[in-house]
Each structure stands twice: as structure tokens, then as C-alpha cells.
Write a protein that binds this ligand. Structure first.
Ligand code: ACO
Length: 374
């Protein structure tokens, strides 16, 4: 029987999961049974991390316990801190992150054993990623490494680690919402890659190293950085129409639009659009917001495409003072929760993930000795 190929594995159901549900037709995203809109409105990133890891919302004392467990884990082991300080300052922070996650497995191997005990590794990574990024970013700015700062929430700590100042309440809440929205998304490419690695019974940190490398690509996590390049190219609002239609006529992709699963607007884009407006208003800078609204109108009219999560995150991060090459690392600092939840789920019901390919090359070629090859 001829093999049927689903290019890009589109619509292939590869496994059962209890973590995340996407209704691409209705534009709904559910984490462990809860609608993302309600989680973004009412919960915090730490609560959502608990939900994704343990399958239920925490009580107040469970949340306190998780928060106090995470704070000391922000401190990097000295061997890892030294290694980060040796890495080239010209490197992209996603490469730093991938290298640091891999290096953490060398200095803390006991956290990486496959199995339910890997929850320790999941929490270690979630707490340490902001410190890794902050340490590298501050060094390239000539600053000092961040301290653990127990009083700061995960979102506020991430901003503090990067910016070397404590954020305002609005800034911290805006990032908190962004982290909630990015925490999981079913079998997206990077999560799949983490699960493929875990399915060989490899360790947690190896699985997350695979995921970071996969997230880096511009068709996945790297898109928000490219959205800012587009805004820079457009410059002023009168040029939005011309630049976007020009790109589309050259069959170029407009970053921040389209999605493999959503056929309507990505609910995360709806929420981030509103938050980017709020942050813009607070900073008296609505230029990006207004430009993006124009881009949205042109792309929808010309291609019928809707925005995805990446469209508004980059401009909001820019208003928070975050440089462009840290956008995808921030995505990773949130998605690490989803990746690790999926790896833990994979360990519970593991079957080696190994699809097949339809071979379209030749067979039965006569072997020519090297001296006779032309
Ligand atoms: N700009 C212009 N055209 C697009 C875009 C876009 N952003 N997205 C899809 N299309 C067009 C394609 O050119 C194609 O047209 P064609 O049939 O005339 O050739 C059609 O829509 C289908 O595109 P595919 O690539 O087959 O659809 P797929 O499901 O593989 O694409 C993807 C999903 C990769 C996200 C795509 O929409 C894209 O490249 N978007 C831009 C990058 C981006 O924003 N990525 C972030 C995604 S969200 C995330 O990972 C967090």
C-alpha cells in the first residue's frame, strides 16, 4: 500500500495528552481544562506553571510552597555561571540558552533522570532561565549579574534580571500575562521535539536542549523578532500598505500572521493586542500598536490571514525596554513550563516516537569501484 504523506505532519495525531487543547476553528486555547482568557485575566505565571505540571490549580499554600521553592533555584551553580561568562558576547541569546541548559545537565545531572523525579529539574530550569539570560545580557552591557530577589514574582524577576531595575506593577503584570499565554501550546514544533528526545528515554535537560534549538527558528519562536524588523522597515504609517502589499506580491511571509492550527484569530493575539495597547498608553507611545493595526488590516484583506501570538508580543516587549534578540528567549523562559510538563507526561506513558519516510530515491544501483568512478 502506498504510504500517505502528511507534509509537516499536518493533522497527524501523534499521541494522547491531558495538558493542552486547541480548538483551531473556534480560536480557543485550554490549559488542563481552563480557558486561556480566564487564566490570563485571573491567574499568575506561577499558578499556571503549577497547573501545567501537577494538573490542577494550586491552593494558596501550594502556591506559596512552589514560589518559595523556585526562588533559591534562581541562583546558578558557580560552574555554570563561570561557563556563561566565558561565552562570546556576540552570540545570540538563544544560543546562550541552549548551551546553558545543556551545561546545567553536566553540573546537576541528578536532576535530569527520566521519570517523575524530573519535576525537580523542571522547576530548576524554570527558575534558572531568567538568571542565565540576565547574566549574559547584563555582561554584554557591562553590568553585574542579577541577585535572586525573593520578593519578586517570576515575571518581575525576569524583567529585573534583564533590565537591572525593578519593574512597575503594570510592566510586571504585562509580562506575567505574556508568560501565561506562551506557557504551552500542545504539540508545537519545539514541544514535539522535546517529546521526541524524551521518548528515547533521554534525560529532561537533553529534551529541553532540543526544544530550545527548535524554538529558535523564525517560523516558530523567532517570528516576534522579525515583526520588529518589519515595523522598522515600514517606518511611518503611510508606508504600511505599500510595504506589506509589496512583500506579499513577492510571496514573502509576513511574520506574526498565520498558524498551522488556528483558522481564526489566535486567542493569545487578542489578549496581547489589548495588553500592548495598555502598555502603549501607559508609556504614551502608541506608534507600534497603530502600525500593527494597519498591517493587520492589509494582511487580512489581501490574504485572509489572522495574527498569531507573535504579532503583538515583540512591540510590547520593546516598550518594556527589552532588546529584540531577547524576545525568543523570553518565549523559552515561559514555554519551558509546557516543555517540561510534556516531557514528564511522555515519561509516564512512553513509546519511542519514530515515524517513517516514503523513500523516493533510487534502489539497486550497481556499485562502481572508486577507481572507475567518473
Ligand atoms: N504571510 C504570508 N503568507 C502566508 C503566511 C504569512 N505569514 N502564512 C501562511 N501564508 C500563506 C503561504 O504562503 C501559503 O500560501 P500558498 O498556498 O499560496 O503557497 C498558505 O498561506 C499556507 O501556508 P503554509 O506555510 O503551508 O501553512 P502552515 O500551516 O505550514 O504555516 C506558519 C504556518 C509556518 C506559522 C505560517 O503561517 C508562517 O510562516 N507564518 C509566519 C511566521 C510566524 O508568524 N510564525 C509564528 C507562528 S506562532 C508560533 O510559533 C509561536
Amino acid at each position: 500500500m502506498a504510504a500517505e504523506i502528511q507534509r509537516g505532519l499536518e493533522d497527524v495525531v501523534a499521541l494522547e495528552s491531558r495538558i493542552c487543547f486547541i480548538d483551531g476553528q473556534k480560536g480557543r486555547l485550554i490549559y488542563r481544562g481552563y480557558d486561556i482568557r480566564e487564566l490570563a485575566e485571573r491567574s499568575t505565571f506561577e499558578e499556571v506553571a503549577y497547573l501545567l505540571w501537577y494538573g490542577r490549580l494550586p491552593t494558596a499554600s501550594q502556591l506559596d510552597e512552589l514560589t518559595s521553592r523556585l526562588v533559591p533555584l534562581r541562583e546558578l551553580p558557580p560552574a555554570l555561571a563561570r561557563e556563561i561568562d566565558e561565552l562570546p558576547l556576540s552570540a545570540h541569546p538563544m544560543d546562550i540558552l541552549r548551551t546553558a541548559v545543556s551545561a546545567l545537565a553536566l553540573v546537576e545531572p541528578e536532576e535530569t533522570r527520566p521519570g517523575p523525579t524530573s519535576i525537580g529539574g523542571a522547576q530548576r530550569l524554570t527558575a534558572a532561565l531568567p538568571t542565565i539570560l540576565g547574566r549574559f545580557h547584563r555582561r554584554r552591557n557591562g553590568g553585574k549579574p542579577p541577585e535572586a530577589r525573593p520578593g519578586l514574582s517570576a515575571a518581575a524577576y525576569l524583567l529585573y534580571a534583564l533590565l537591572d531595575r525593578e519593574p512597575t506593577e503594570l510592566e510586571a503584570r504585562a509580562l506575567d500575562v505574556a508568560l501565561i499565554l506562551h506557557a504551552d501550546h500542545e504539540l508545537n514544533a519545539s514541544t514535539f521535539s522535546a517529546r521526541v528526545t524524551a521518548s528515547t528515554l533521554s534525560d529532561l535537560y537533553s529534551s529541553i536542549t532540543s526544544a530550545v534549538g527548535t524554538l529558535k527558528g523564525p517560523l516558530h519562536g523567532g517570528a516576534n523578532e522579525r515583526v520588529m524588523e518589519l515595523l522598522a522597515e515600514i517606518g511611518n504609517p503611510e508606508r504600511a500598505e505599500e510595504v506589506v502589499t509589496g512583500k506579499l506580491s513577492r510571496h514573502e511571509r509576513i511574520m506574526g500572521f498565520g498558524h498551522r492550527v488556528y483558522k481564526v484569530e489566535d486567542p493569545r493575539a487578542t489578549i496581547l493586542r489589548e495588553w500592548s495597547r495598555r502598555v502603549g498608553e501607559a508609556k504614551n507611545e502608541l506608534r507600534y500598536y497603530e502600525l500593527l493595526r494597519q498591517v493587520e488590516a492589509v494582511v487580512h484583506r489581501e490574504k485572509g490571514l489572522y495574527p498569531n501570538v507573535d504579532l503583538y508580543s515583540g512591540s510590547m516587549y520593546t516598550l518594556l525596554g527589552i532588546p529584540h534578540d531577547l524576545f525568543t528567549p523570553i518565549f523559552a523562559a515561559s514555554r519551558v513550563v509546557g516543555w517540561t510538563a510534556h516531557v514528564l507526561e511522555e515519561y509516564e506513558d512512553l513509546r519511542l516516537i519514530r515515524p517513517t519516510a516514503k523513500y523516493v530515491g533510487p534502489t539497486d544501483l550497481p556499485y562502481v569501484p572508486i577507481a572507475d568512478r567518473r
